[in-house]
Every structure is written in structure tokens, then in C-alpha cells.
Design a binder for this molecule. Structure first.
Ligand SMILES: *Cc1c(COP(=O)(O)O)cnc(C)c1O
Length: 438
């Protein structure tokens, strides 16, 4: 059943004249799924509405930020009451300390935290801090992990086992990316090789402890522990980029879920309650390197913005107060959804495998297992595109790329999930015909 798209189309044509690709972030253009992107005008709970009045069950949730759903009343109330007192001062406010306290309670290894305005700023600053602290140059990241768009981290790496940085974007200097080593995820052996090749030169290893940015790919049993052991032995800092996983896979993030403690942690998305926030933190000994206490400079006009802090506080407090109830329900409802659609694909004879950690998950059009970028990148993205478009036409809004995780929020109901499974059954049985069958 085709949707009305006239108004979105008109808005997009206007946007494309004024904004590159008509978007403020590339994935929103729906290029990977060859589809016209709706312009969203409203959200409430698990749903959004576009400019033509089409309703969607939303599994993007502002890329995982909205774990309590759209326009969550307590968060909106907190933003409104902060706003009437002024939107920004460029001076210290009590709310920063309050959110800092909530963050350090959830992540006890974080003794001090600095707020910034995006996840990109958080990881960029954490890398600078790791280099300042260790006085070393090299950074190890993993293929398929995304840590925002800072130059040093926009490196995908080519083939080969230990590949020196090849810029993943025009405009990134080789002189900058050459100090970024990109390795396959979930492979301890190549990590050891990199450490023996660059002995005493590696400042930090940065990792998404559950990868969300090549689709959802969890670490193998023991892999995060190996990362911890090796980095400790080499006096290299371990950075968990929990911009996506923090307050998502557990209240205390992947750190709590797996019981592995990194040196530095980056946060974003959920801690902003849907407003622009990022943060990086760790032990006082390292964080005291940050200006004005130490020589590592990092600043921001709107950092710690009172509206953003108010939204973050409202969100994190609710998660804390209803922790066991929220996270166990997110887990069981996500399991029902992921298993339901995987079973429907099996029924339809379509090779599909799923990865899920709590309420973040991906259906890969790939027989599985998907454990790293090499396996993820073999997915049938044409089949994914067909699935995505047919689901969107059924009112189900999935992430518009095979390589982005989907998210369930606490606002999603059992009926929402059942509706999604039923839609997928129809789509997989009919709309996929002729494509990617056994
Ligand atoms: C989203 C994300 C980022 C970047 O955050 P922005 O706020 O988009 O700059 C960094 N790391 C991870 C793991 C992310 O998911």
C-alpha cells in the first residue's frame, strides 16, 4: 500500500536546494535503500508522523537516543522549565554537576566527566586526552566501528591484517590518518601483532564494546577481556565508546553488562535525552590532564547547555529509578521482535541472521554468523533495501541501512511488536519474491 509522499517530496526539493543532499547527516537521505525519505513532523511514544500524515512505528528513535520514546512527558517538562529560565549562559550551572553525578553513579570507574555537545566531540577529545596522557601517537580502532567524524577516526582501513590508516573521507590528510591503525574486530591475534609492531607507540585502543555501526555486532566471549589485558600490559589506554551502548544495553552500559572496566568512556545519545550532548570521562588522574587543570585543551560555547543537561537528567533519573523493570522488559520485548522476524524469514526461505544485545539489534540479510566487518559486508543489501521499503510502506520505520542498528524503546508495546512481526511476515513472504531466495 503506497504512502502519500507529496508534501515530503516538496519539502525535500526545497531542502536539496539549500542543504547538501537536503540533509544534516548523510544517512537521512535514504540513499542506501533507494527510497524517498519522509520528512518527520511529530513523534509520540513509539510513533512518528511525516509531513503527509503517514504514521510510523519507529525503530530508529533518533539513533538510539530516545530509549523512553518520543516526546516523553517528564523530559519535555524538564526542557520547558529549564528554557523559561534562559537557554544558555556560557557559565557554570548546577545542572552539569547533577548530570555528572548521575553519570558517575551509573559508571563508577568514571570519577570525572566533561560534557560536550556531540558523540564526535566526545571521542575526538578522548583520543586527544589519551595521546596527552601517554605521550604516544598511534590509535587503534576497528573496521566497521564508527566513532563520529573526527579526522583521526574516519579511517575504515583497507585489506590486510595490520593496515595503516587510509583516509575514509576526502579532505582527511594522510599525515593525520597515518597514526590510526584499523584492525578487524573480534580478532585478538591481529591486535597482538599490531602491538608488537608498534611497541610503546600506541596511545589508545578505541572500541564500540557492542558494535552498532556495522549493524549490531557483539564482541565474542573473552574478546573485551583480552582487549583489557593487552592494553593494561602495554600501558595503552582502553576507550569504550559507549555513545550508543551507554544506558542502552544496561543502565551502566556495556561496562556493566560485561564487567570489563575501560580507562576512558565516551557517552552521548541517551544522556542528552534527545538534545545534543556528549561526554567523556574516566579516573581523576587522567581527567585532571584536561584544561583548566592540565595541558590538554578542550572547550565548548554550548557545552553543558542547561536545556540539554535538564533533558539528560530527566532521562537518566527515570532509567535509574525503574532500572530493573525497564531493562528486563526492553530485553524480552526485543527478543520477541527479533526472533519473530527471524522465524518469518526462515519460513519464507530467506537467508537472514540476527544479532541482538538487549534493545539494540540488526537483521542481516546474510546466513550468519556476522562477527566483524568482513562478514557484515557480505550481506545482501539489495534484499535489505527491498525489505526496508516494503516495511516502510507498512508503517514500520527501520534504520535506512543494513549497517545501522535498530532500537526498541520503553514506549513500544507488545501490540507494536506483534504488528511489526505480522508486517514482516507479509513482506518476507510476498514483497521479497524473486530476491535472495536460497
Ligand atoms: C553516534 C555515535 C557517535 C557519534 O555521535 P554524534 O553525536 O553523532 O557525533 C560516536 N560513537 C558511536 C559509537 C556512535 O554510535
Amino acid at each position: 500500500m503506497p504512502r502519500k509522499l507529496e508534501e515530503s517530496r516538496r519539502l525535500r526539493e526545497r531542502a536539496e536546494q539549500l542543504i547538501p543532499g537536503g540533509v544534516s547527516s548523510p544517512v537521512r537521505a535514504f540513499k542506501a535503500v533507494e527510497c524517498e525519505a519522509p520528512f518527520i513532523v511529530r513523534g509520540q511514544g513509539s510513533r512518528t508522523w511525516d509531513a503527509d500524515g503517514n504514521e510510523y512505528l519507529d525503530y530508529v528513535g533518533s539513533w538510539g537516543s530516545l530509549i523512553l520514546g518520543h516526546a516523553e512527558p517528564n523530559t519535555i517538562e524538564a526542557i520547558l522549565s529549564a528554557a523559561v529560565n534562559g537557554t544558555s549562559f556560557g557559565a557554570s550551572t548546577p545542572s552539569e554537576t547533577e548530570l555528572a553525578e548521575l553519570v558517575t553513579q551509573a559508571f563508577p570507574h568514571i570519577q570525572k566527566v566533561r560534557f560536550v555537545s556531540s558523540g564526535t566531540e566526545a571521542t575526538m577529545s578522548a583520543i586527544r586526552l589519551a595521546r596527552a596522557y601517554t605521550k604516544r601517537k598511534y590509535v587503534i580502532k576497528f573496521e566497521g566501528c564508527y566513532h563520529g567524524h573526527a579526522d583521526a577516526l574516519l579511517v575504515k582501513a583497507g585489506s590486510g591484517v595490520v593496515t595503516l590508516g587510509i583516509p575514509g573521507s576526502a579532505g582527511v590528510l594522510e599525515e593525520v590518518s597515518q597514526f590510526t591503525i584499523a584492525l578487524p574486530f573480534n580478532d585478538t591475534e591481529v591486535l597482538e601483532q599490531a602491538f608488537s609492531k608498534y611497541r610503546h607507540q600506541i596511545a589508545c585502543v578505541i572500541v564500540e564494546p557492542v558494535v552498532g555501526n556495522m549493524g549490531c555486532v557483539p564482541a565474542n566471549g573473552g574478546y573485551l577481556a583480552n582487549l583489557r589485558t593487552i592494553t593494561q600490559r602495554e600501558k595503552t589506554l582502553l576507550i569504550f565508546d559507549e555513545v550508543m551502548t551507554g544506558f542502552r544495553v544496561a543502565f551502566g552500559g556495556a561496562k556493566e553488562l560485561y564487567g570489563i572496566t575501560p580507562d576512558l568512556t565516551t557517552l552521548g545519545k541517551i544522556i542528552g535525552g534527545g538534545l545534543p550532548v556528549g561526554a567523556y570521562g574516566g579516573p581523576a588522574e587522567i581527567m585532571n590532564m584536561v584544561a583548566p587543570l592540565g595541558p590538554m585543551y578542550q572547550a565548548g560555547t554550548l557545552s553543558g547547555n542547561p536545556l540539554a543537561m535538564a533533558a539528560g537528567i530527566a532521562m537518566v533519573k527515570q532509567l535509574r529509578d525503574k532500572k530493573s523493570e525497564i531493562y528486563s522488559r526492553l530485553d524480552s520485548l526485543s527478543a520477541k521482535l527479533v526472533d519473530g522476524i527471524t522465524a518469518a524469514a526462515k519460513e519464507a526461505g530467506i537467508p537472514l541472521s540476527a544479532n541482538r544485545v538487549g534493545s539494540m539489534f540488526t537483521w542481516f540479510f546474510h546466513p550468519g554468523p556476522v562477527i566483524d566487518w568482513a562478514s557484515a559486508s557480505k550481506s545482501d543489501t539489495t534484499a535489505f533495501g527491498r525489505f526496508f521499503r516494503a516495511m516502510l510502506d507498512s508503517g514500520i520505520y527501520l534504520p535506512p541501512s543494513q549497517y545501522e542498528a535498530a532500537f526498541l524503546s520503553a514506549a513500544h508495546t507488545d501490540e507494536d511488536v506483534q504488528k511489526t512481526i505480522d508486517a514482516a511476515k507479509g513482506v518476507l513472504a510476498n514483497a521479497m519474491a524473486g530476491a535472495s531466495r536460497g
